[in-house]
Design a binder for this molecule. Structure first.
Ligand code: GLC
Length: 489
C-alpha cells in the first residue's frame, strides 16, 4: 500500500452568507442512509434483520444526522435476488414483518424527523408473482404483461426454437428463457426468476402507478427506482428483436421510452402532492449510465424526472487515487450536471459493490467522509460506512452475483453476541471479524473516531455555509497538489 495520496482541507466560513436565491428543497442537501434490511437489526432472533429492527435503529440515524433512509426491498419475495424479485408489490415479506410493523416504523420515523424512501423495483417481478402465472396462462388482461416472443427456428433441430436475439443479461447468459407451458420465450434482464414487465402495455404502467400510490398513501417520502436503464428494449417494426453488440447494450439499456416513463412517474408524484399536500416526494434513480443520460433522467426543461440519479463517479476511488484523480471524478459531475441542474449527490457504496474502505484503504476512510460531506449536495451513506465497516469474504471463487454478499454483512452495533445485530449467533451472513473494535458503541465512546468525525461533519453540513447556493457558487474545490484536495465552503 503506497503513501497517503489524498488529503483534504475543509475551511468552513460559517454564517457569512445567507441563502441567496431559491431556497433549497429538503432533498437537495440531504444526508441519505441506505439500509439493507436483512443486515441492519434483527429484532426476533432469527439471524435476519427486519422492520422492527429498523424501527429500533431509527434513533441512531437521527443521532448521526441523517435526513432520510432508503430501504432495499422489504416486499413479499421468494428471495432469489434477496428481495429484488417481488411476488407481491403491496405486501411485506414475513421475513421482515408485517404491514402493521411497517406503519409503526413510519410513524416513529415521522415523529423523529427521518424520511422513509422505499425501493421501487418496476423492471421485473418474481417468476412466482401471480401476474406472471396469469401471463403464462394468457389470462385476460395479462397476456402481454411481460415481454414474450416466439423465438427463431432452429435449423439444426427442426421444431425447436432459438432465442429471439443474442441479448445477454446483467448476470450473464441469455436474456431469454423458454417457457414450456406458454411455448414462448420471456425476457429477463436479470435472473431468470425475474421476468421483465412489458412497459409498452398500458395496464402494466397503471399497475405500477397503483403500487406507488399504495405506499404514498401509507406515508412514504419517495422511492429509489431500481435498474432504471433496463426498463425497455428495442423492437423492430416487424416485431423482431435486433441483435446487439454485447459490450454496449445499445438496444437493451437507456431507451428513450425509459426517460418518458420517469417523467410519467414524477408527474404522478407531483400530482399526488398537489392533491394531498406534504413535502416533496423524491425519486432516486439507479442508473449506471453516462452523464448525458442521467441528465435526461433528471429532466429536459419541460418535463421533470428523478431528482437524484445516483452519481457513481466516486466508485472509481482506489488505493492509488491521488488528489488530481479525485478532481477528475468530481469535475465530471460538477462541470455538467451541477452547472445545468444545480444538484449533486455523492455515493461511494451500496449493496452491489465492495465496501469503500476496501477500495481506498483503511487509512483513508475518514478522508472519504470529508470529501463526500465537503462537496455540495446530497451525501449517500451505505449502512456501516459511518463506522468504517469493511467487506466480509463469504465464498471462494465466487461469481459476480455472489461477491455482492461481501458488503452485506450484519451491522456492527456493539461487541456483544453477533455484534449486537441479533440475539442469535447464527446470522444469515457472517459478522465481520473486526466487530470488537469496529462497532457503534465503541466508536461512540472514543474521544476521536471515524463515527465521531462523521457526525461532526454531518453537523457542519447543516450550517448555512454548507447550503447549496443555486447559481451562486459559495464553494470551491480542487487539487492543489498530487496529495491535497481542497474544498472551501
Ligand atoms: C439493481 C439492484 C440489484 C438487483 C438488480 C435487479 O441493480 O441494486 O441488487 O440485483 O437491480 O433487481
Amino acid at each position: 500500500m503506497g503513501k497517503l495520496t489524498l488529503s483534504l482541507v475543509v475551511l468552513a466560513l460559517v454564517g457569512l452568507t445567507s441563502l441567496a436565491s431559491g431556497a433549497t428543497d429538503w432533498w437537495e442537501d440531504s444526508s441519505l442512509y441506505q439500509i439493507y434490511p436483512r443486515s441492519f437489526k434483527d429484532s426476533d432472533g432469527n439471524g435476519i434483520g427486519d422492520i422492527n429492527g429498523i424501527t429500533e435503529g431509527l434513533d441512531y440515524l437521527k443521532e448521526i444526522g441523517m435526513t432520510a433512509t432508503w430501504l432495499s426491498p422489504i416486499f413479499k419475495s421468494p428471495m432469489a435476488d434477496n428481495g429484488y424479485d417481488i411476488s407481491n408489490f403491496t405486501d411485506i415479506d414475513p421475513i421482515f414483518g408485517t404491514l402493521e410493523d411497517f406503519d409503526v416504523m413510519l410513524k416513529k420515523a415521522k415523529a423523529i424527523g427521518i424520511k422513509i424512501i422505499l425501493d421501487f423495483v418496476p423492471n421485473h417481478s418474481s417468476n412466482e408473482c401471480e401476474w406472471f402465472e396469469k401471463s403464462i396462462n394468457r389470462e385476460d388482461g395479462y397476456e402481454d404483461f411481460y415481454v414474450w416472443a416466439d423465438g427463431k427456428d432452429d435449423p439444426q433441430n427442426p421444431g425447436k426454437k432459438l432465442p429471439p436475439s443474442n441479448w445477454e443479461g446483467v448476470f450473464g447468459g441469455s436474456m431469454w428463457k423458454w417457457n414450456e407451458k406458454r411455448q414462448q420465450f420471456y425476457l429477463h434482464q436479470f435472473l431468470e426468476e425475474q421476468p421483465d414487465f412489458n412497459f409498452r402495455n398500458k395496464q402494466v404502467r397503471e399497475k405500477m402507478l397503483d403500487v406507488l400510490k399504495f405506499w404514498l398513501d401509507r406515508g412514504v417520502d419517495g422511492f429509489r427506482i431500481d435498474a432504471v436503464p433496463h426498463m425497455f428494449e428495442k423492437v423492430n417494426d416487424d416485431g423482431s428483436y435486433p441483435d446487439e453488440d454485447p459490450t454496449n447494450h445499445y438496444y437493451t439499456q437507456d431507451q428513450y421510452e425509459t426517460v418518458e416513463l420517469l417523467y410519467e412517474w414524477r408527474e404522478f408524484l407531483e400530482a399526488y402532492r398537489k392533491k394531498n399536500g406534504g413535502e416533496t416526494r423524491v425519486l432516486l434513480a439507479e442508473a449506471y449510465s453516462p452523464l448525458t443520460m442521467l441528465d435526461k433522467y433528471i429532466g429536459n426543461g419541460t418535463h421533470q424526472g428523478a431528482q437524484i440519479p445516483f452519481n457513481f463517479a466516486l466508485w472509481g476511488l482506489n488505493l492509488t487515487t491521488n488528489a488530481r484523480d479525485v478532481q477528475g471524478m468530481v469535475d465530471g459531475w460538477m462541470s455538467f450536471m451541477w452547472k445545468k441542474h444545480q444538484t449533486a449527490n455523492w455515493v461511494t457504496g451500496n449493496h452491489d459493490m465492495g465496501r469503500v474502505v476496501d477500495r481506498v484503504g483503511e487509512n483513508k476512510k475518514d478522508l472519504i467522509h470529508f470529501l463526500l460531506t465537503g462537496l455540495p449536495g446530497v451525501t449517500v451513506t451505505y449502512y456501516g460506512e459511518e463506522i468504517g465497516m469493511s467487506n466480509v469474504v463469504t465464498c471462494e471463487n465466487c461469481s459476480y452475483v455472489e461477491t455482492r454478499s461481501f458488503s452485506r454483512s450484519p451491522f456492527q452495533w456493539n461487541d456483544g453476541e453477533s455484534a449486537g445485530f441479533s440475539s442469535s449467533n447464527e446470522t444469515w451472513l457472517p459478522v465481520a471479524e473486526d466487530y470488537k473494535s469496529v462497532n457503534v458503541e465503541r466508536l461512540r465512546s472514543l474521544p476521536r473516531s471515524t463515527l465521531k468525525m462523521f457526525v461532526a461533519l454531518q453537523k457542519l453540513k447543516t450550517s448555512s455555509a454548507f447550503k447549496a447556493f443555486k447559481n451562486k457558487g459559495g464553494f470551491s474545490y480542487g487539487a492543489i497538489s498530487e496529495n491535497v484536495f481542497q474544498i472551501i465552503r
